[in-house]
Design a protein around this ligand. Sequence first.
Ligand SMILES: [Zn+2]
Length: 413
Amino acid sequence: VRFQVSRVMDSIERRLTTDVTLAQAVVDLGEVARFAALDDGRPVNLLRIGVAIDALSRYLLDAGAMLYGIAGRDLLADAAFTAKERMVLGRWLDDGLIEVTPEVADRPVEVADLTGLPLVTVRSMEQYAERFPWLRDSPHRVLRLRPRAGSGVLVPADGADLDPPEAPKVAVGKAQVAVSGDATGYPEVFATHGAQRVSHTRVVRRLVTRAEPSGLGASLVAREWRCAEPDCPSFGERRAIGQPVPRMRGGVPTCPRHGGHLRDVGPRPAACAVSVVVDDLPRLRFAVREGRPVRVGVDDGEDLISVAQWAHASARAWIGPAHVRLELRDGRLVATDISANGTAVWRRSGPDDPGRTTWLYGSEYTLNDWDSVELYTGIELMLGDRRLATVLARSEPVSVLVDAPTAPMRQLA
Ligand SMILES: [Zn+2]
């Protein structure tokens, strides 16, 4: 059992980030870990963070959805945690995967304000509406975590009376599904790949993805910040992943953990999130930063993203160890084929365009918002946030709480 808990903690860990490029929602971790109504269990439990991640995955239809978690010091000291849980929390903190701050207070709302990320909450945030008027004006940016059948579900705050159906509606192939009023957000149909693949396709149009960051937030994330504490996991020199957003104190950017003023050390390199999309379901998110190209293939390595776990035998034989290189140039994603077999690009004018393919043979292509790079049938790379107005998915996101590998990809005819 202990071994399985470790595996589950590792699965949860892979979905935590304080990199504002990769994060898809922000949450107070203490609020979730202490939300006993989720499972009627002990007063505090770290596995509940997995429940929140699963709920976000189902909400976004993204099996790689990533959460920006904030913990107060009181949570780290909570005596009701097991020794194992405290050790795991400490590791997440040291690796900068979560943010630890003396007092959580309005910090999750601030992060949502500065980044435009949706805010996942258990409690009402009404008390902060004076400082952050969007809490009142755009309540749909707040997603309430609620218990649902031994798990959790996210409900937009203004949709409190519009409980979503237990299971999203199902459309077969390209069938049209009636739209039952805009407030519920269901659904809109389009075919990502044209007509050649007919499948059971579940279609959900989400209500919230990401709002515009506030003006202050946009200027803060345009800069790289440095904490006076050299080992600071958030704003230290050794941080390997993209930075979080500073905490504003009296109009001054400060370190959320150490409280000191942050030094502006120059422009933050541009970055974008890319999703590995397999069978129409995003599985893994990674960042591409200006000046740091990323290669994708079936091999692992530094600056190398592997899709091997989703590739069956013929896909593995086709996709090269490093198949395609992605880089950010003038804020746009450029794909270069570095494979023996060539790389297909699906060009689309919008979300309802089935697309046309262009083949790259050692050549490069600058991607537009709705384009994707296909390494092999059904294994694609897409801009992480822009494809999200509408998402098709054939299967449920796999729970981080299940100690099981992703189901092997089905062979496509
Ligand atoms: Zn610091």
